[in-house]
Design a protein around this ligand. Structure first.
Ligand code: ZN
Length: 139
């Protein structure tokens, strides 16, 4: 193992531990591969901006929680929009779609980073939790 100073696509640098054999320069190639992605902080900032652009609520929590939650909802929300479209295409009733819209609106307005982290295991886990919360409101 060895420490490599790597430069991300965004220009930020970091020291990373790269493991494995290096008989054919594998570690240098791995180190160079960091040049094709942004550093974690820039990735989080980008995910945050994309979520903001998508109209999602501003998250509350520690910086670390927020960065993590931005990544989770940045992955799940577009998936839900796509699933909603598929349900609509496959004959979901207006009533069913109204229910889905209510849940999606609840998710969009979710400001707790901790909630996203607690429900990160899969997009269906988060959707189920949101549906339960909406039902609990007597909706
Ligand atoms: Zn960066």
């Amino acid at each position: 193992m060895a420490q490599y100073e790597i430069t991300y696509r965004c220009g930020h640098t970091d020291m990373v531990q790269i493991y494995g054999t290096n008989t054919h320069g594998e570690r240098e190639r791995k180190a160079a591969s960091y040049g094709y992605r942004d550093c974690p902080a820039c990735q989080a900032a980008k995910a945050g901006q994309a979520n903001k652009d998508a109209g999602l609520a501003t998250l509350e929590g520690s910086d670390k929680q927020i960065a993590w939650a931005e990544e989770i909802r940045g992955k799940y929300m577009p998936r839900y929009a796509q699933e909603r479209q598929e349900w609509a295409d496959h004959g979901a009733t207006d009533e069913q779609l109204a229910k889905v819209d209510k849940v999606l609106a609840w998710l969009k307005g979710q400001t707790s980073a901790a909630w996203w982290i607690d429900n990160r295991f899969s997009s269906s886990t988060a959707l189920r939790a949101a549906t339960k919360a909406v039902d609990g409101q007597g909706a």
